[in-house]
Every structure is written in C-alpha cells, then in structure tokens.
Design a protein around this ligand. Structure first.
Ligand code: UT7
Length: 337
C-alpha cells in the first residue's frame, strides 16, 4: 500500500520591517492608488541588513514544528531562489540550527512554484519509504535583488518564509495530500530572470555587472501565463483525483497579484470568496506565499478540519504546480501580518 503524506504542522514568519506603498511612492514614480488597484498590495515586509533567507526559514520551521507538537524529522527541503550562498545549499544549515541532527537536507530552486514542488518531493520521499517525517520550507528574500529604479518589481515583492511538517499516514486522514500536478516551459525562461550570479553570467567575456544581480520581469506576459497555467494545472489535478470545483472549500494560490487570483477563480468557476488573499499585507513572497497564506487563514480560524484545499502556484522557469489536500486539525497561533 502507498504511504500517504499527511500535513501535521504549519508555521510562517515575515521580517519586522514594513514597507508601505507610500514609502515606495516617495522614491519611485508610482503611487498607492496604482499599486492597490493594479496589484491589491498595500504593504510588504523587507528583511533588513544582516538577515538572510536561512534566518527566515529557521523561524518558520520552528513554528511549524511547534504546531506539529515536536518529534523527530528525517528530511528537510527548502524551496528558495534566493539562497544564502550559491553553494552550499541553505537547507543543511537550517536543519543544523533547528537541531534536527544529521538528516537529509537540500534546496529546491523553482522560483514562486517552489513550495508546491518541495511538497511533491517530500510526498514522494514519504510514499517511497525514504522519509517518515519531513519539514518543507518555502523562503525567499527578494528585496535585496530588486533594482532600485524598477517600479514594476519593487511594488510586487516582499520577503518571508512558511513551513509545513508532513508525516507518513493514511489517505482518509484529515491533512492527507490527495495529489499533485506539476509542469514547466523553459522556452519562456527570460520572462522572469536574474541574469547574473550563475555560470552563464560568469561565462560572459566582460563578466556580470551589479545590475545583473537584480530580478527582471516582463509583468504583462507573466501575468497571462500565470493565469492560464494555474487554472489549467488546477483543472488537471481536479480531474486526476476526481474532485469538482464545487468540492473545493479554499484555493490557496500563489500570491502575486489579486487580479491573477480573481481571474483564476473565474476560470475554475470557484467563488472569489473561497480564494485566500494575503498579498495585500505581504506582497509576493515567492516560494513562501502559499504557506504564508495558509498560516494567515488558519490563525484567523478560516480553515476547518476536513475542508478541501487546492494549492496552485506559478513562477519563473516557467514553472507551475498544484496540490490538493483535506485540512487537518492543527493549532496555528502565529499571526504573520
Ligand atoms: O510571482 C510570479 C511572477 N510575477 C507575477 O506573477 C507578476 C505578474 N504581473 C503583474 O502582476 C502585473 O503585470 C504588474 C503588477 C507587474 C504590472 O501591472 P500591469 O497592469 O500589467 O501594468 P503594465 O505593465 O501593463 O503597465 C501599465 C502601465 C504602463 O504605463 P503606460 O505605458 O500605460 O503609460 C506602465 O509603465 O502602468 C505603468 N506602470 C506603473 N505605474 C505606476 C507599471 N508599473 C507601475 C507602477 N506604478 N509601479
């Protein structure tokens, strides 16, 4: 019999510094009205000097482990595209700081779809008997990769981390993951890109400049791909597991733009009120956005045990993925903004 991954813990964090639309309007050609109406974002949190992605990941994972009631863990997967260093992976250091012992720990780099990919990897490890209990973290600090002159990216991105704990269990338990759909299309890799910092930039004869370390994004094209890929992936998954749109209690979609969330809801024929919205307070937190939105909803008492949750994400790569689950009876007390 295939062992089923069951979610037993959830936690998240954002760094304390709040950057509201007004602050951005003071140094960029933008304003609160444009940002709110075009994105739905009112503020975001940016990490300050001395804080790295691994630091956020440690706190989120600690909270998820507390929510799970502690206990041993034999694997930690960190989804991030803003690791502490190009090498080594950030995950082993996070596991060490959490005191988890000499466990398997590795990073997954799938941009804003990273959390769903990490969840699928953890589910596969549990199903195959490779791991019993896995911490999955999504964490990113994009604020240090934003071009100070680029109003398009500056208004969107926020920093944060979210984590879950999965254990081996049964398919009919609340918290059981019901299935996944994953996909990608590298022919559009340039639509969201950090040009420098990798072997490609290093291979250029004149090397990479500082600006090459900033994220570039073709917002409009990404918007269109995000809408269609999340809707298609969700539909594929629902078909695969035999759920209909009316079975879904909550959609936890990647939080990039409220207009994307509403359009995806329309395509899926799910009431907008069933789509979790957290980006208004934290912006687009990349790999952290789904566990952050779930933590916000769970701490606010909106997620009830047994409810059916659809997660769907999209990001640079292009990469996308969806996951479905029933909500478990867990305690989540950390309010994350
Ligand atoms: O996490 C996964 C990756 N990211 C995403 O999913 C983000 C997807 N994209 C988006 O959310 C939106 O495309 C943006 C929020 C990035 C941009 O919104 P948009 O409605 O697609 O704007 P646009 O690029 O079509 O630009 C419309 C106008 C332009 O002015 P003109 O040419 O019409 O005069 C832009 O120059 O808005 C202007 N504009 C701005 N104005 C004020 C673009 N950014 C801003 C800004 N403030 N921050």
């Amino acid at each position: 019999m295939i062992r089923t991954p069951v979610l037993v813990g959830l936690g998240a964090m954002v760094p304390p510094r709040v950057v509201d639309n007004e602050e951005l309007s003071q140094r960029l050609d933008t304003d609160d009205h444009w940002i709110r109406t075009r994105t739905g974002i009112t503020r975001r949190h940016w990490a300050g000097p001395g804080t790295a992605t691994g630091d956020l990941a440690v706190t989120a994972a600690q909270r998820a482990l507390r929510s799970a009631g502690g206990g041993p863990v034999d694997m930690l997967i960190l989804a991030t595209s803003t690791p502490d260093h190009p090498m080594p992976a950030t995950a082993p250091g996070v596991a060490a700081r959490l005191g988890l012992g000499p466990i398997a720990a590795f990073d997954i780099s799938v941009a804003c779809a990273g959390f769903v990919y990490a969840l699928a990897t953890a589910a596969g490890a549990i199903a195959a008997g490779i791991a019993e209990r896995v911490v999955v973290v999504g964490a990113d600090i994009w604020s240090t990769r934003l071009d100070p002159q680029d109003r398009t990216t500056a208004v969107i991105f926020g920093d944060g981390a979210g984590a879950v704990v999965l254990r081996a269990g049964e398919p009919d338990e609340p918290g059981a993951l019901a299935g996944f759909d994953l996909g990608g299309d590298g022919t559009f890799k340039d639509l969201a890109l950090v040009p420098g910092g990798g072997s490609r930039g290093r291979s250029e004869p004149d090397g990479a400049g500082e600006a090459d370390d900033y994220v570039t994004m073709h917002g409009k094209e990404i918007f269109t791909h995000a809408v269609h890929r999340m809707a298609e992936s969700s539909a594929q998954l629902l078909k695969k597991i035999g759920w209909s749109a009316s079975d879904i209690d909550w959609v936890a979609a990647h939080q990039a733009n409220v207009r994307i969330l509403h359009t995806v809801a329309g395509l899926l024929k799910v009431d907008r009120a069933r789509v979790l919205v957290h980006l208004d307070r934290v912006g687009n937190t990349s790999a952290a956005s789904i566990p952050l939105a779930l933590t916000d909803a769970a701490a606010g008492g909106r997620l009830a045990p047994g409810q059916r949750v659809l997660m769907t994400a999209f990001g640079g790569g292009l990469s996308w993925g969806s996951a479905a689950m029933t909500w478990p009876p867990i305690q989540v007390s950390d309010v994350v903004s």
